[in-house]
Design a binder for this molecule. Structure first.
Ligand code: ATP
Length: 249
């Protein structure tokens, strides 16, 4: 049984068709990426899963049952960091834990040791406005991950990071994913990132988005830090070709 299943989802926003009969599935513990051109509807797909949007047609099932308030217990990282400007970084990071019912002191103690891994040690007491864009993004990723929910929905989590920080965070996520067995849906523009992190990749067409391809990533983890296998290099090229052909570039 799939952890997540979307069947023939159609969605319009402001009268404009955005998703056109999109069907996909994510198995328990699987890491699935969604690649597609800008504006095609990738974020909208994740927002359907969070309940922020409702499809015009089609069905979403979680663990075999229709998506509802209870089954929607996902950790979601939106594209913009959505940090609360009036809360210190540590108190932004614990937000999801507090919603889960953890006391503030206990939640702070739980997240404090993670600040070093995210390169944010010493910034616990800062406010979001005192951090760079990349640091804010890392804080937002931390806020998502610490909730340790079985399903992680990540919308361009590394989009605002410089190349070096991005590589470090990707490695961290790869190692955490191996241990935590999270079911993960990652929206990304970055073909290499999708190949490095995913078990499977769906490619969307320009809006209104349809699934135009689905690829399995053959290599075992860890992939980051190792030399890419010839198969992974071929897959990257194939993904790029698919995207460029669809967008007419
Ligand atoms: N509230 C809205 N009303 C009307 N159109 C919207 C609304 N929200 C999004 N859209 C449009 O729906 C389309 C899909 O948006 P979405 O953010 O899902 O795309 P995306 O693939 O995630 O884009 P990007 O990669 O640039 O982040 C876009 O063309 C966008 O302009």
């Amino acid at each position: 049984m799939s952890a997540l299943e979307l069947s023939k989802i159609c969605l319009s926003l402001g009268g404009i068709p955005v998703l056109d009969s999109v069907s996909m599935h994510v198995a328990q513990g699987e890491f699935v990426s969604i690649l597609g051109p800008s504006g095609c509807g990738k974020s909208s797909l994740l927002r359907l899963l969070t309940g922020a949007l409702t499809p015009d047609r089609g069905e979403i099932r979680v663990g075999g049952a229709p998506l509802d308030e209870r089954s929607r217990a996902f950790a979601f990282m939106p594209q913009r960091d959505a940090l609360m400007p009036w809360r210190r970084i540590i108190d932004n990071v614990i937000l999801g834990l507090e919603v889960q019912g953890l006391g503030r002191m206990e939640a702070r103690a739980k997240v404090r040791p993670l600040f070093a891994a995210f390169g944010l040690e010493g910034f616990e007491q800062h406010y979001p406005a005192q951090l760079s864009g990349g640091m804010r993004q890392r804080a937002a990723l931390m806020r998502t991950i610490v909730q340790d929910r079985p399903v992680q929905l990540l919308d361009e989590p590394f989009g605002a990071l410089d190349a070096l920080t991005r590589a470090g965070m990707q490695r961290w996520l790869e190692s955490r994913f191996k241990d935590a067995h999270w079911t993960t849906v990652l929206v990304t523009h970055d073909v290499r990132e999708a190949v490095a992190l995913s078990d499977r990749i769906y490619v969307l067409s320009p809006r209104p988005a349809r699934i135009i391809a689905e690829f399995e990533v053959p290599d075992r983890r860890p992939r980051l830090g190792a030399t890419l296998s010839p198969r992974a290099i071929r897959l990257e090229a194939e993904l790029l070709d698919t995207l460029l052909t669809e967008t007419g570039d």
